[in-house]
Design a protein around this ligand. Structure first.
Ligand code: AMP
Length: 279
């Protein structure tokens, strides 16, 4: 497994693999790898084939963070990430720092203007500009045929699909279902930052969303989910929203398929989760 830190090194390494059969598949991550990431890597290998090239990028992308303390506190266990990549059969890890990714006077950003206006885009200004910009750069730097993303970040997935469609980016987008802990909590690199009580409490987010999703009236769904989450004094809702599964716009009347989504703070740790209704 090669570990490369600059675009030039990456190109040199990928040129060596270029003669091999199979496809080049990228799994973009911010590191602190967990089983969710490993499922994406497994899926990527299936798509690449045994002879294909499997690339994992690990980059805590500063321009997608809206809170400085979230960026500073983001876990960065690089050595154990590399061990996990090696064990998972990754061919190349791209591990740039911010200076390797961005010119100091960079002035071009990729902006999606519709799907990014709701949910996380509404509460995290500039977040999806940062995501689209880094993902497009990673596609171009790696020259990948396909890239794997998690459904956990369903808004991100929808926006990247839209970017690829609207800009004719020749990369196939592959989705992977959300991987959960045995108590239902969606796996996230941020989970390690939860205190013991918060970690014990946090599965309520998924329980509340899943229970509310069984109802068939939009207002009742939102009220039930809110009550379920807010029955804990530790949980603070950032947003709770029922949106159309395609447009991601809020719906007042339940029209299927829809997505019930929440972002919830435990202290300064922000967790997201969602359930699909009728999809
Ligand atoms: P991150 O490192 O959090 O930026 O995530 C990198 C990729 O892993 C994204 O495509 C995420 O959607 C995906 N991912 C993160 N957590 C999970 C999970 N619990 N299940 C499935 N995919 C995930």
């Amino acid at each position: 497994m090669r570990v490369v830190k600059t675009g030039t090194e990456l190109k040199e390494t990928l040129d060596e693999y270029a003669g091999l059969a199979g496809r080049r598949v990228l799994v973009p991550t911010m590191g602190a790898l967990h089983h969710g990431h490993l499922e994406l890597i497994k899926r990527a290998r299936q798509h690449a084939g045994p002879e294909g090239t499997l690339i994992v990028s690990i980059f805590v992308n500063p321009i997608q963070f809206d809170r400085a303390n979230d960026l500073d506190a983001y876990p960065r266990p690089v050595e154990s990430d590399l061990e996990k990549c090696l064990a998972a059969g990754v061919d190349a890890v791209f591990l740039p720092d911010a200076a390797a990714m961005y010119h100091a006077d960079r002035s071009v950003t990729v902006t999606e203007t519709m799907l990014s206006r709701t949910l996380c885009g509404a509460t995290r200004p500039g977040h999806f500009d940062g995501v689209c910009t880094v993902v497009l750069k990673l596609f171009l730097l790696t020259g990948c045929h396909a890239a794997v993303f998690g459904e956990k970040d369903f808004q991100q997935l929808a926006i990247i699909r839209r970017m690829v469609r609207d800009l004719d980016v020749p990369v196939e987008i592959i989705a992977c279902p959300t991987v959960r802990e045995s108590d239902g909590l969606a796996m996230s690199s941020r989970n390690v930052r939860l205190h013991h009580k918060e970690r014990t409490d946090a599965p309520r987010i998924h329980r509340a969303l899943a229970a509310a999703a069984k109802l068939r009236d939009a207002a009742e769904i939102l009220a039930a989910a809110r009550a379920g989450i807010e029955s804990s004094p530790l949980a603070r809702i950032d947003y709770l929203s029922l949106v159309d599964a395609e447009t991601l716009q809020p719906v007042a009347d339940l029209k299927l398929p829809a997505i019930l989504a929440a972002a919830v703070f435990y202290g300064d740790v922000r967790l997201i989760d969602h359930v699909m209704i009728g999809g």
